[in-house]
Design a protein around this ligand. Structure first.
Ligand code: PLP
Length: 395
């Protein structure tokens, strides 16, 4: 098993799974850029003597199955989210796909958010339906609607994003965890937007946490990755089996970059939150903006729940352009510091048009996003520069 660590969040981010390398004393876990390992006789796997980085497995045979750099990342992630076991994946979508197929069987039914990342919707709608899993989009901020959907059709799992991508909707994790428990369903929370620094779904009763580590955990827009953190060790074993069977694990350099990002997650998130709050404040008073979505605003429908379950409101802000869809597209093209691009959670600010970019796969579905919506990933640059850039772009 992965070692359980104690300490404050920042301490865990820097030290969990990251003891000095037993072979050399290197203070950072080495990148074990290797595909296979020498065996000391047939069945004589090495690994135990590597100490810290290898303590939770019997030994190493092949890097799709296990790799010490990946193991160090997983030990850190499980400490940050507070579960029983973490598994790293090649992307957030690889994590989601492997997880759903570890939990569901053909014929199962699942509830998904009616405002979810477009790729997650596409996975359920275009891939998993072909495998025999049915889904129903539900407004997860409305606990009553989730209860009614469960009463209508038993579900194997409830998939929740909070805050959601791109409308920053908030779901009450503790309330949904109780509903899921009563209904015999698993509660899975995609914690990508909040990161474990701002929100810990497992402590609130969730069974599983999923991440696109590409975003805040990696934090520098230089690596794609995913993770699943489980509370049930049997599910962890099942996932470990499936990840090896399908080959959805990340490479060692990607695991190393992600772990390097995780070390500074807390300080970055504090600044993301501060900057996003200032940006949201500016936007609500701007005449070119019709509506602002940011859970830190007291006017946001999910503000109270967010304040209860998050330690800060995050770095993502969305808004609707008063001038309509064409103006939203224009605004995206007029910023100088905010780079026009998909993804989020990096130190640099990004701007995008969800309807035509990240969420084009939900066009025509119940999850369709407003065409006048602009999404900002507010970075950690000097906030006055960010505000000036947006003011200029808004005209
Ligand atoms: C909330 C959320 N979940 C999952 C994903 C998928 O992650 P990845 O791009 O690492 O596959 C994304 C990507 O944008 C996301 O925003």
């Amino acid at each position: 098993m992965q070692k359980q660590h104690r300490g404050g969040f920042e301490t865990l981010a820097i030290h969990a799974g990251q003891d000095p390398d037993p072979a050399t004393g290197a203070v950072v876990p080495p990148i074990y850029q290797v595909s296979t390992y020498k065996q000391d006789g047939v069945g004589g796997l090495r690994g135990k003597e590597l100490g810290a980085a290898a303590r939770w497995i019997e030994g190493y045979e092949y890097a799709r199955t296990d790799n010490p750099t990946r193991g160090a990342l997983e030990e850190c992630l499980v400490a940050l989210e507070g579960g029983a076991r973490a598994l790293a994946f090649a992307s957030g979508m690889a994590a989601a796909d492997t997880l759903i197929r570890a939990v569901c069987e053909p014929g199962d039914h699942v509830l998904i958010p009616d405002d979810a990342y477009g790729g997650t919707f596409r996975l359920f709608d275009k891939v998993l339906t072909g495998w025999g899993v049915t889904y129903r989009p539900v407004h997860m901020s409305d606990t009553g609607a989730v209860r009614a959907a469960l009463a209508d059709h038993p579900a194997r799992l409830i998939w929740v994003e909070t805050p959601t991508n791109p409308l920053l909707g908030i779901a009450d994790i503790a309330a949904l965890a109780q509903l899921a428990k009563d209904a015999g369903a698993l509660l899975i929370v995609d914690n990508t937007f909040a990161s474990p620094y701002l929100q810990q779904p497992i402590a609130l009763g969730a069974d599983v946490v999923v991440h696109s580590t590409t975003k805040y955990i990696g934090g520098h827009s230089d690596v794609v990755g995913g993770a699943v953190i489980v509370t049930d060790t049997a599910l962890g074993e099942n996932l470990y089996f499936l990840r090896n069977a399908v080959g959805s694990a990340p490479g060692p350099f990607d695991a190393w970059l992600t772990l390097r990002g995780a070390k500074t997650l807390a300080v970055r998130m504090d600044r993301h939150c501060q900057n996003a709050e200032r940006v949201a404040e500016m936007l609500i008073h701007h005449p070119a903006v019709a509506e602002v979505y940011y859970p830190g605003l007291p006017s946001h429908a999910g503000h109270e729940v967010a304040a209860k379950q998050m330690h800060g409101f995050g770095g993502m802000v969305s808004f609707r352009a008063r001038g309509g869809p064409a103006e939203a597209v224009e605004i995206c093209g007029r910023t100088r510091l905010f780079t026009l691009g998909e993804s989020l959670g990096g130190v640099e600010s990004l701007i995008e048009h969800p309807a035509r970019m990240t969420h084009s796969s939900v066009a025509g579905s119940e999850l369709e996003v407003p065409a006048d919506l602009v999404r900002l990933s507010v970075g950690i640059e000097s906030v006055d520069d960010l505000i000036e850039d947006l003011r200029t772009a808004l005209g």
